[in-house]
Design a protein around this ligand. Structure first.
Ligand code: SAM
Length: 205
């Protein structure tokens, strides 16, 4: 989908993006796991000191790199790399980030928990994790519900990648079970309902 991704999701992302850009400070180092073609990355990049985008799919990273190249802006400090966000390969440099962004990755990875564990390892002590994810387990119009069930069935038979049908409550339970603190939570009822949630580590007593 790499080549058609932006065209297909551009309008939806125009409404999501402010959730990620509004709390940024120029001093920040930001990493996005599962950045895809960079729909959220590119509005973030000019606002921060350093940006790293990570995706497992070489085609998605190629699209993101092409967009970066077209900008030809030496003031931007950004790079896109191919890596599995559920593995510790990311932590080789031991670099920590003020914000870790996860947009629409948790519902399609084998282990959402492993990706959250990596996000945790990448986080500075006062940093936060910003998540937006489709929740296919919420109530949807019949057409989209059927589409989602079909995708879920195909994933079970190995015909396509994983598709979790999370409810809003499932996502909340997942992060609370991992002992994250929820700083902000907004749920959106759209064609495919989605949740925005901001997490930090629990304060140590
Ligand atoms: C639905 S797309 C979302 C892309 C982007 N975050 C956005 O919202 O436009 C999910 C992305 O997660 C990537 N992905 C899936 N599993 C991954 C993994 N284990 N590590 C890194 N990226 C992964 C896919 O290649 C894909 O680009």
């Amino acid at each position: 989908m790499a080549k058609k991704y932006d065209q297909r999701f551009k309008t939806l992302y125009e409404s999501i993006t402010p959730l990620f850009t509004q709390s940024l400070v120029y001093d920040y180092r930001v990493i996005e796991l599962g950045c895809g073609s960079g729909l959220v990355s590119f509005p973030v990049i000019p606002l921060v000191k350093k940006f790293v985008g990570v995706d497992i799919d070489a085609n998605m990273i190629a699209v993101a790199n092409k967009k970066l190249q077209i900008l030809q802006d030496p003031s931007l400090n950004a790079k896109f790399i191919i890596a599995d966000a559920s593995k510790s390969i990311l932590n080789d440099s031991n670099e920590k980030y003020d914000k870790v962004i996860l947009v629409n990755i948790l519902h399609i990875v084998d282990s959402p928990k492993d990706v959250l564990l990596q996000a945790r390892l990448l986080l500075k002590p006062n940093g936060s994790i910003l998540i937006a994810d489709f929740c296919h387990g919420e109530k949807m119009a019949l057409k989209y519900d059927l589409m989602s069930r079909l995708m879920n069935l195909s994933s079970r038979f190995g015909l396509m990648g994983k598709l979790w049908r999370f409810s809003f409550a499932d996502i909340e339970k997942l992060v609370l079970d991992m002992e994250f603190r929820i700083l902000r939570k907004i749920s959106f009822t759209a064609k495919f309902p989605f949740i925005f949630i901001e997490l930090s580590e629990m304060a140590k007593l």
